[in-house]
Design a protein around this ligand. Structure first.
Ligand SMILES: [Zn+2]
Length: 459
């Protein structure tokens, strides 16, 4: 990933997507000082974070203080990349530009912290810039805090929210942002990004080889940079030819396919998963080998999660990894007798997406949007249902299970109510992490979305 990081675009004109350049120029020539929130959405590897840092520089570059104009030209908007603001943003040491990872457990604390400190003026910069990555992963509590801040942002604050899953971001937040959609890169745009690296590193490479890399990387700048880096490492000082790319691609292709496949499981993108499988089928790949590679990856992820091995990318919950491992093991054993070699893996994708849908926590629920009523258990079966429910929760957290034993369950109008005997218990169950577990388990047991409420028993 050295190439990708070293050759990140540093100003708008260096961004490789023509669409994106146009959009940013248009926003900033018209609204240089007015916008308080931007929402960057699109698939991984398209440079959303790089673009967010560029926007932070556009806003804070010291040259703008001298210009003092309401309307700026495209050239005037560009950061100079020389002043203290620009260079410290590039090196990640600017304390007025904060990057928050919505996917990390610290997300909620950071948002709470943000809410408290937002009114403090920036230290040295014109504006405080908050870049929130993977914003769709925030808990509903953090979303609410963020929404309150977005409703009345202080003049000195700007938010850049990034997401790979726009549909999971509440509409109330989307509607308050300038939206910038990142589209899959064209082959020409990928080639442009590769040329910057090729020039910078003085890599010897055939023109056709560059096109070949662009095709393999499937619209992702990050993948393209990674492939070029790998090829330049293995080719030594020789010129990278088109033949060399296709020769290496067989092994390189599998690595990439594994990554793309895992991403498709992570985003529950069934179509993308099928695309990867179909590409592999055309290459005549050994699916048993491919599945074994996947099993190994997820096994390592599991060990990492349990603290037995190194922590890997934190994309999946333990329960998800467990389900995926089971489904992969099943696909693996079926591969031997499959009429179509890719079929077991395709069925695995379908089954995963079905299970994931019933397990997935829907942020929208707690946002008060309408929730379709699931098949709630009939009154007579409610007790045994509650027992199953508690036992399942116990797997995740035995303390919560203990609290639940002191509660009662009821259902009305398609909603499930857990009746707590004390305010303390009610608050305990309503903590965002706990509530997520309760909701996930209830939905998994019912098999559909469930509206869940915690209420206090009338005294
Ligand atoms: Zn500057």
């Amino acid at each position: 990933m050295v190439f990708y990081r070293t050759y990140r675009p540093q100003k708008i004109s260096e961004l490789d997507s023509a669409d994106l350049r146009e959009r940013l120029y248009s926003i900033f020539t018209k609204n240089f000082d007015t916008a308080h929130a931007y929402l960057f959405s699109g698939p991984k590897g398209l440079g959303k974070t790089s673009a967010a840092r560029i926007v932070a520089k556009v806003i804070n570059c010291e040259k703008h203080e001298k210009l003092k104009k309401a309307k700026l030209t495209e050239a005037e908007i560009e950061p100079d990349n020389k002043c203290w603001q620009c260079t410290s943003i590039t090196s990640g040491t600017n304390f007025d530009v904060l990057e928050i990872d919505g996917a990390s457990n610290r997300g909620i604390d950071e948002i709470r912290d943000l809410k408290e400190k937002i009114n403090l003026l920036p230290g040295k910069a014109a504006r405080k810039v908050y870049i929130i990555d993977e914003v769709h992963m925030l808990t509903s509590e953090a979303f609410n805090a963020l929404l309150k801040t977005l409703e009345e942002p202080p003049a000195h604050a700007v938010f850049i929210l990034c997401t790979t899953e726009l549909h999971k971001v509440p509409q109330t937040i989307v509607s308050r942002c300038f939206r910038v959609d990142f589209k899959k890169a064209t082959d020409e745009e990928i080639e442009r990004s590769l040329l910057r690296i090729i020039k910078g590193e003085s890599i010897k490479i055939e023109k056709q080889a560059i096109s070949a890399i662009a095709k393999i990387s499937d619209g992702s700048f990050r993948d393209a940079a990674k492939i070029l880096e790998e090829l330049s490492l293995t080719s030594g000082k020789k010129t990278i030819t088109q033949d060399y790319v296709s020769e290496k691609f067989n092994t390189l292709g599998i690595e990439l396919a594994i990554e793309q496949f895992i991403n498709s499981l992570n985003t529950k993108d069934t179509k993308k998963g099928f695309e990867v499988v179909s590409k592999l089928a055309k290459q005549g790949i050994d699916f048993k080998f491919f599945i074994e590679n996947l099993l190994e990856k997820f096994h390592l992820m599991l060990l990492g999660k349990l603290g037995v091995g190194p922590t890997l990318e934190d994309k999946f919950e333990i329960s998800e990894i467990k389900t995926i491992l089971e489904l992969l093991a099943k696909a693996h054993s079926e591969t031997k007798y499959a009429v179509l070699p890719q079929l077991p893996l395709e069925l695995m994708i379908v089954e995963w997406s079905e299970r994931a849908q019933s397990l997935e926590f829907r942020v929208q629920n707690s946002q008060g949007n309408q929730v379709a009523a699931g098949r709630l258990p009939s009154a007579g079966k409610l007790d045994s249902f509650y027992n199953d429910f508690i036992n399942e929760v116990k797997v995740h957290n035995h303390l919560i299970a203990g609290v639940l034993r002191s509660c009662e369950i009821e259902q009305t109008n398609g909603s499930m109510q857990i009746i707590a005997i004390s305010k303390f218990h009610k608050e305990k169950l309503e903590e965002s992490k706990t509530f997520k577990i309760l909701q996930d388990v209830a939905e998994a047991l019912v098999g559909k979305k469930v509206k869940l409420d915690i209420i206090l028993r009338p005294s």
